[in-house]
Design a protein around this ligand. Structure first.
Ligand SMILES: [Zn+2]
Length: 219
Protein backbone atom coordinates (compact mmCIF):
# COMPACT_ATOMS: atom_id res chain seq x y z
CA UNK A 1 0.00 0.00 0.00
CA UNK A 2 3.12 2.23 0.13
CA UNK A 3 2.14 4.25 3.14
CA UNK A 4 -1.35 4.99 1.89
CA UNK A 5 -4.11 4.81 4.39
CA UNK A 6 -6.73 2.19 3.74
CA UNK A 7 -9.98 1.38 5.48
CA UNK A 8 -10.85 -2.14 6.35
CA UNK A 9 -14.14 -3.02 7.98
CA UNK A 10 -12.88 -4.51 11.21
CA UNK A 11 -15.93 -5.07 13.30
CA UNK A 12 -18.59 -6.32 10.92
CA UNK A 13 -19.06 -10.05 11.18
CA UNK A 14 -18.33 -12.29 8.22
CA UNK A 15 -21.35 -14.36 8.93
CA UNK A 16 -23.70 -15.65 11.53
CA UNK A 17 -24.28 -19.24 12.45
CA UNK A 18 -27.49 -19.86 14.29
CA UNK A 19 -28.96 -23.19 15.17
CA UNK A 20 -32.68 -22.57 15.25
CA UNK A 21 -33.22 -26.05 16.66
CA UNK A 22 -31.26 -24.99 19.74
CA UNK A 23 -33.15 -21.73 20.00
CA UNK A 24 -36.51 -23.47 19.67
CA UNK A 25 -35.77 -25.41 22.81
CA UNK A 26 -34.42 -22.40 24.72
CA UNK A 27 -36.49 -21.19 27.67
CA UNK A 28 -39.18 -18.87 26.31
CA UNK A 29 -37.87 -15.94 28.34
CA UNK A 30 -34.92 -15.73 25.96
CA UNK A 31 -37.22 -15.61 22.97
CA UNK A 32 -39.31 -12.91 24.67
CA UNK A 33 -36.13 -10.98 25.39
CA UNK A 34 -35.23 -11.14 21.70
CA UNK A 35 -38.72 -9.98 20.74
CA UNK A 36 -38.55 -7.03 23.15
CA UNK A 37 -35.13 -6.00 21.89
CA UNK A 38 -36.19 -6.27 18.26
CA UNK A 39 -39.36 -4.23 18.64
CA UNK A 40 -37.31 -1.52 20.38
CA UNK A 41 -35.94 -0.40 17.00
CA UNK A 42 -39.29 1.34 16.47
CA UNK A 43 -38.77 3.79 19.34
CA UNK A 44 -34.98 3.93 18.96
CA UNK A 45 -35.26 5.13 15.36
CA UNK A 46 -37.89 7.68 16.34
CA UNK A 47 -35.63 9.00 19.11
CA UNK A 48 -32.73 9.27 16.70
CA UNK A 49 -34.83 11.28 14.25
CA UNK A 50 -36.13 13.44 17.11
CA UNK A 51 -32.56 14.09 18.19
CA UNK A 52 -31.59 15.08 14.64
CA UNK A 53 -34.63 17.33 14.21
CA UNK A 54 -33.58 19.17 17.37
CA UNK A 55 -30.13 19.72 15.85
CA UNK A 56 -28.13 17.42 18.16
CA UNK A 57 -27.03 14.88 15.58
CA UNK A 58 -27.45 13.74 12.01
CA UNK A 59 -29.15 10.54 11.04
CA UNK A 60 -27.67 8.22 8.48
CA UNK A 61 -30.58 7.55 6.13
CA UNK A 62 -29.18 4.24 4.99
CA UNK A 63 -28.87 3.01 8.57
CA UNK A 64 -32.44 4.14 9.24
CA UNK A 65 -33.66 2.27 6.18
CA UNK A 66 -31.92 -0.97 7.19
CA UNK A 67 -33.13 -0.89 10.78
CA UNK A 68 -36.67 0.02 9.70
CA UNK A 69 -36.75 -2.81 7.17
CA UNK A 70 -35.51 -5.17 9.85
CA UNK A 71 -38.16 -4.34 12.42
CA UNK A 72 -41.00 -4.11 9.90
CA UNK A 73 -40.14 -7.43 8.37
CA UNK A 74 -40.24 -8.94 11.85
CA UNK A 75 -43.47 -7.40 13.11
CA UNK A 76 -45.29 -8.24 9.87
CA UNK A 77 -44.38 -11.92 9.93
CA UNK A 78 -47.49 -14.05 10.42
CA UNK A 79 -47.07 -16.79 13.02
CA UNK A 80 -48.99 -19.22 15.19
CA UNK A 81 -46.30 -19.84 17.77
CA UNK A 82 -43.12 -18.07 18.84
CA UNK A 83 -41.14 -21.31 18.49
CA UNK A 84 -42.02 -21.65 14.81
CA UNK A 85 -39.03 -21.91 12.48
CA UNK A 86 -40.06 -18.97 10.27
CA UNK A 87 -40.78 -16.70 13.23
CA UNK A 88 -37.43 -17.44 14.90
CA UNK A 89 -35.61 -16.99 11.62
CA UNK A 90 -37.24 -13.61 11.09
CA UNK A 91 -36.37 -12.58 14.63
CA UNK A 92 -32.72 -13.57 14.32
CA UNK A 93 -32.29 -12.14 10.82
CA UNK A 94 -33.85 -8.87 11.92
CA UNK A 95 -31.62 -8.64 14.99
CA UNK A 96 -28.56 -9.24 12.81
CA UNK A 97 -29.73 -6.66 10.27
CA UNK A 98 -30.16 -4.09 13.03
CA UNK A 99 -26.58 -4.73 14.08
CA UNK A 100 -25.52 -3.85 10.54
CA UNK A 101 -27.45 -0.57 10.84
CA UNK A 102 -25.27 0.24 13.86
CA UNK A 103 -22.15 -0.54 11.88
CA UNK A 104 -23.24 1.79 9.10
CA UNK A 105 -24.12 4.56 11.54
CA UNK A 106 -20.93 4.07 13.54
CA UNK A 107 -22.96 4.12 16.75
CA UNK A 108 -25.75 2.30 18.50
CA UNK A 109 -28.20 5.15 17.84
CA UNK A 110 -30.24 3.26 15.19
CA UNK A 111 -31.05 0.47 17.63
CA UNK A 112 -30.86 2.04 21.07
CA UNK A 113 -32.86 5.03 22.25
CA UNK A 114 -34.84 6.11 25.29
CA UNK A 115 -36.23 2.59 25.81
CA UNK A 116 -32.68 1.29 26.25
CA UNK A 117 -31.86 4.11 28.68
CA UNK A 118 -34.77 2.97 30.87
CA UNK A 119 -33.44 -0.58 30.80
CA UNK A 120 -29.88 0.52 31.62
CA UNK A 121 -31.28 2.59 34.48
CA UNK A 122 -33.21 -0.45 35.79
CA UNK A 123 -29.97 -2.44 35.66
CA UNK A 124 -28.42 0.18 37.94
CA UNK A 125 -31.37 0.49 40.28
CA UNK A 126 -32.47 -3.09 40.76
CA UNK A 127 -30.74 -5.81 42.67
CA UNK A 128 -32.20 -8.37 40.30
CA UNK A 129 -32.96 -6.82 36.93
CA UNK A 130 -34.92 -8.79 34.35
CA UNK A 131 -33.44 -9.88 31.02
CA UNK A 132 -32.32 -6.96 28.86
CA UNK A 133 -34.93 -7.42 26.13
CA UNK A 134 -37.77 -7.85 28.61
CA UNK A 135 -37.04 -4.49 30.23
CA UNK A 136 -36.39 -2.89 26.85
CA UNK A 137 -39.66 -4.25 25.46
CA UNK A 138 -41.81 -2.81 28.25
CA UNK A 139 -39.98 0.51 27.91
CA UNK A 140 -40.51 0.40 24.14
CA UNK A 141 -44.27 0.27 24.57
CA UNK A 142 -44.12 3.12 27.10
CA UNK A 143 -41.94 5.28 24.87
CA UNK A 144 -44.06 4.53 21.80
CA UNK A 145 -46.99 5.97 23.78
CA UNK A 146 -44.90 9.02 24.73
CA UNK A 147 -43.80 9.48 21.11
CA UNK A 148 -47.39 8.88 19.95
CA UNK A 149 -45.93 6.66 17.27
CA UNK A 150 -46.75 3.00 16.43
CA UNK A 151 -47.77 2.01 19.95
CA UNK A 152 -50.70 0.03 18.54
CA UNK A 153 -48.26 -2.07 16.51
CA UNK A 154 -46.03 -2.60 19.55
CA UNK A 155 -49.02 -3.65 21.64
CA UNK A 156 -50.26 -6.04 18.95
CA UNK A 157 -46.97 -7.93 18.69
CA UNK A 158 -46.60 -8.09 22.48
CA UNK A 159 -50.17 -9.35 22.85
CA UNK A 160 -49.97 -11.89 20.02
CA UNK A 161 -46.61 -13.35 21.10
CA UNK A 162 -47.62 -13.66 24.76
CA UNK A 163 -44.93 -11.15 25.77
CA UNK A 164 -47.41 -9.22 27.93
CA UNK A 165 -48.64 -12.33 29.73
CA UNK A 166 -45.05 -13.28 30.43
CA UNK A 167 -44.31 -9.79 31.78
CA UNK A 168 -47.47 -9.71 33.91
CA UNK A 169 -46.26 -12.79 35.80
CA UNK A 170 -42.93 -11.15 36.73
CA UNK A 171 -44.37 -8.69 39.24
CA UNK A 172 -42.28 -5.73 38.08
CA UNK A 173 -43.03 -2.44 39.81
CA UNK A 174 -44.23 0.86 38.35
CA UNK A 175 -42.20 2.63 40.99
CA UNK A 176 -38.97 1.17 39.60
CA UNK A 177 -39.88 2.41 36.14
CA UNK A 178 -40.62 5.88 37.57
CA UNK A 179 -37.14 6.02 39.06
CA UNK A 180 -35.59 4.63 35.89
CA UNK A 181 -37.29 7.34 33.80
CA UNK A 182 -35.74 10.03 36.00
CA UNK A 183 -32.32 8.40 35.84
CA UNK A 184 -32.46 7.68 32.09
CA UNK A 185 -31.01 10.92 30.62
CA UNK A 186 -27.95 10.74 32.87
CA UNK A 187 -27.08 7.31 31.45
CA UNK A 188 -26.18 8.93 28.12
CA UNK A 189 -25.90 12.68 28.80
CA UNK A 190 -24.51 13.40 25.32
CA UNK A 191 -27.67 12.16 23.60
CA UNK A 192 -31.02 13.91 23.22
CA UNK A 193 -33.82 11.36 23.22
CA UNK A 194 -37.40 12.11 24.25
CA UNK A 195 -36.43 11.32 27.83
CA UNK A 196 -33.81 14.06 27.80
CA UNK A 197 -36.71 16.55 27.92
CA UNK A 198 -38.53 16.99 31.18
CA UNK A 199 -41.98 17.28 29.64
CA UNK A 200 -41.65 13.82 28.11
CA UNK A 201 -40.31 12.29 31.32
CA UNK A 202 -43.42 13.64 33.02
CA UNK A 203 -45.63 12.22 30.27
CA UNK A 204 -43.93 8.84 30.64
CA UNK A 205 -44.51 8.79 34.40
CA UNK A 206 -48.14 9.80 33.96
CA UNK A 207 -48.69 7.04 31.39
CA UNK A 208 -47.30 4.47 33.83
CA UNK A 209 -50.28 5.26 36.03
CA UNK A 210 -52.89 5.79 33.35
CA UNK A 211 -52.30 3.31 30.56
CA UNK A 212 -54.50 0.23 30.87
CA UNK A 213 -51.92 -2.24 29.60
CA UNK A 214 -49.09 -0.95 31.79
CA UNK A 215 -51.44 -1.04 34.77
CA UNK A 216 -52.15 -4.67 34.02
CA UNK A 217 -48.56 -5.85 33.53
CA UNK A 218 -46.83 -3.79 36.25
CA UNK A 219 -47.61 -3.67 39.93
ZN1 LIG B 1 -30.77 -4.01 23.26
Amino acid sequence: MEGKRTSVPARLAYGIIVDTQVIRTAPERFIYSGIGDMVSKITALYDWQFEAAAGYTKVNDFAVMIAKKAVNSFVRTPFQSITEELFLRELLDSLAMSGIANEIAGSSAPTSGSEHLISHALDKLLEQPQLHGIQVGIATYLMALVQEHRYVRVNTIFTDTGFWDYVAALGMKKEDFRRAIDLAPSIKPHRHTYLHEEQYRETAKRLLEEDEILRRVLR
